[in-house]
Design a protein around this ligand. Sequence first.
Ligand code: MSP
Length: 535
Amino acid sequence: MAKKFYITTPIYYPSAAPHLGHAYCTTMCDVIARGKKMRGYDVFFLTGLDEHGEKIQKNAEAKGVTPQQFVDEISVRFTSLWDAMEIKYSDFIRTTQPRHEKTVQKIFSRMVEQGDIYLSSYTGWYCVHEESYWTETQVGPEHLCPECGRPVEKKDEPAYFYRCSAYAEDLLRMYDANPNFITPESRKNEMVHTFIEPGLQDLCVSRTSFSWGVPVLENPGHVVYVWLDALTNYITALGYLQDDDSNFKRYWEDPDSEIVHVIGADITRFHTIYWPMFLNSLKLRQPNRVFVHGLLMMKDGKMSKSRGNTISAYPLIERYGVDAVRYYMVSEVPFGDNGTFTPEQFVMRINQDLANNIGNLVNRTVSMIIKYFGGVIPAFVSGVNPQDKELEEMMKDGLRHYEMLSDDLKVTEAYAEVMNVVSRANKYIEETAPWALAKDPEKSKELESVMAHLAAVLYYAGMLLSPILVKKSPAIFASLGLEEGKVSYDHVVDFGYLNGLTVVKGDQLFPRLDAAKEEEAIKEMMAAPKEKAAA
Ligand code: MSP
């Protein structure tokens, strides 16, 4: 039976239209999900929106619409962007959906019954922007939010609390038993030393000062405070405590299902401390991993809606194609590290990797097979040229590394392995010099072997890059004369698979860009980031 894999993005706040930073996280998850699917896993990929909270309520009021109208409008901006980015999610959860709200109420009631949640009152420093309470020490003498730097306000209100102390020990034991639970490792140390060791404060899980949230059935006037509402999306979307809970059984309850939450560093605390505790309360298994990715920044700091230094993905997709944008994200920012978006690097990646490397290999290979063999791919034989074996071994090793690195979520490195093989193949052309072999009738075997090897590399690269190059990878297969149904991961290092096929010359895969001109064009997009109106 196929191995199961459940991957989630954070659910984003629809307080404004999405920017390249949101697209980054979602695209990385899409690449991971597609990669697993390609390898035969049974995959469920969830993304969605976190639609409640004071900020949404305030933004809606400012616009003169209801909060529901407000989020309905912005949700379309998100789903349109995901369509444009070719994101193939299995489900899109919105926390205002009845399936979610009803389940959150059941979860809340159960926690109250168990004594995990109790009624008290809260006085604290609250940041409206981050929707977080902070302690006296955290806000410092100037009373500024430690996350976003905005002034915080003192608040006092009746509130329900989640009893964290009950589960702190379990949490540390769970980290010890699952060394990969929080990756990268540095994030785990930060959680343990900054939050757990000093003693966890009970978490506020209801509010009375605003109404845009899931009503607490036990106590009218309270709405579920946003993190208990938000985090549970990962199970409500699968049908937890609902009539049809087949996905929940399949992707969550099954101990063999691998569960991965991908998040940004800003929300690590909620995913690695509170979420495991909530799951403990519900007597549910833990996810296998919380992977903390870095931020995509602009030169002047974190890309964020409130700073107004965002860039929209749309003009980039329109001008360079979705594959180029997806490839840039995977290759430029090592997954887990922060990265800075610059027009120079964006153009360089396209030119160096896509135009000069893979694009060039496709172009040269297809042209030479047409020129020397009338378009028919010669039969694959091993060991004719001195470099043949090395290239074959590199492909086989590369495949093993690709799988291992992908499974370990070292996504950038996994794809770099594939691009290394592509570079090696371009070098192989220089070394074997097919144009010289073609002039010597004695060397026909050598020439055949070179062409068969190059075609094999194209199949290999087309396959392994397909989770990123969703449009161009089918074009690579088409140029090898392969019909859609004939493409399968099983043949990725099945070197004779292409024998006798007839290649087809297509359009240039990735035309080389005029760097100076394109850098200017991107700078203009950055100066005036415009969201394309949702269709
Ligand atoms: N709604 C909460 C998450 C609840 S999850 C149960 C939230 N939403 S958010 O809209 O602020 O989005 C947070 C996530 O968006 C980050 O954790 C990160 O994954 C992604 N990013 C937001 N800005 C980003 C960048 N500039 N760069 C990369 N990712 C970014 O917090």
